[in-house]
Design a protein around this ligand. Structure first.
Ligand SMILES: Nc1nc2c(c(=O)[nH]1)N[C@H]1C(S)=C(S)[C@@H](COP(=O)(O)O)O[C@H]1N2
Ligand SMILES: [Mo]
Length: 243
């Protein structure tokens, strides 16, 4: 397993020969390749996003996009403060899971104070906490043909649902977490309750709020419009929105 410590220990080590090949098409890495990539690569995709001190947190962290999904399904899970909400982890996994919020909270947790950068031109520093996505994926046991992780969200824009996707390098990145807490409180509805993605090396629109399902896939072709995310499909936003 890759921990932050492992990554730091490998700092100053080696960019091994194979890395060039991998960085050509990182999205096509298998789980095994992605792990090897993260262990060996100290720059680029494996680098950590800057983390801040708690006294640098923004006094106001605005909401953007949806601030309350308007579906009956979402209304139903908010009614009792998400006690009946469950997270299905499906697709190319050996053990499909259905996780409650309590189960997600009982996994090893990571907390991080990071800067969120929206493509519309604002930033805010906040603290996020939750299990690493890797921990959840290891529980589910992803299959060799897995290449991407898709996040299905509660909110709809007309006929389309918000969704996002990342490759396995970002899925296993130490700072990629399924956050249920923000600024030491439960995530509020505006910021994506009960669960949102934090994928800290990418722009705001990749940080999927209101996650209702995690799906592991071999290709993005069959999901939404096929470009890997709501904004990617509808407005031509970049799928890899690195910062
Ligand atoms: N489900 C969902 N996730 C979403 C959005 C959205 O509209 N729906 N907006 C995105 C955009 S553009 C940004 S900048 C951030 C905003 O997160 P915040 O509301 O916590 O500030 O959420 C992202 N994730
Ligand atoms: Mo954004």
């Amino acid at each position: 397993m890759i921990t932050r410590r492992n990554l730091l220990v490998t700092t100053g080590a080696v960019m091994l020969a194979g890395c060039d090949r991998w960085s050509d098409s990182p999205a096509l890495l298998s789980a095994e390749d992605a792990h090897r990539f993260l262990q060996r690569s100290v720059n680029g995709r494996a680098a950590l996003a800057r983390e801040y001190h708690t006294d640098q947190m923004s006094p106001v962290f605005r909401t953007n996009g949806t601030n309350r999904p308007n579906t009956p399904e979402y209304a139903a899970v908010t009614a009792n403060r998400f006690a009946d909400w469950r997270l299905p982890v499906t697709g190319l996994v050996r053990r499909p899971l259905t996780l409650s919020l309590a189960q997600l909270q009982s996994l090893p947790q990571r907390a991080q104070v990071t800067r969120h950068d929206c493509v519309e031109g604002w930033s805010a520093i906040g603290k996020w906490q939750g299990p690493r996505l890797e921990t959840v994926l290891q529980l589910a046991g992803i299959r060799n043909d897995a290449r991407y992780v898709v996040f299905h969200c509660a909110d709809r824009f007309g006929a389309d649902s918000y969704y996002e996707s990342i490759d396995l390098i970002d899925a296993f990145h130490p700072q990629t977490i399924l956050a249920w807490a923000m600024n030491d409180r439960y995530l509020d509805v505006g910021h994506g309750a009960p669960l949102r993605l934090r994928v800290e090396r990418q722009l705001g629109y990749k940080q999927a709020k209101y996650i209702m399902g995690v799906e592991v896939v071999a290709s993005l072709a069959g999901i939404g419009g096929g470009k890997g995310g709501y904004w990617e499909d509808s407005n031509g936003y970049e799928w890899y929105a690195g910062i």
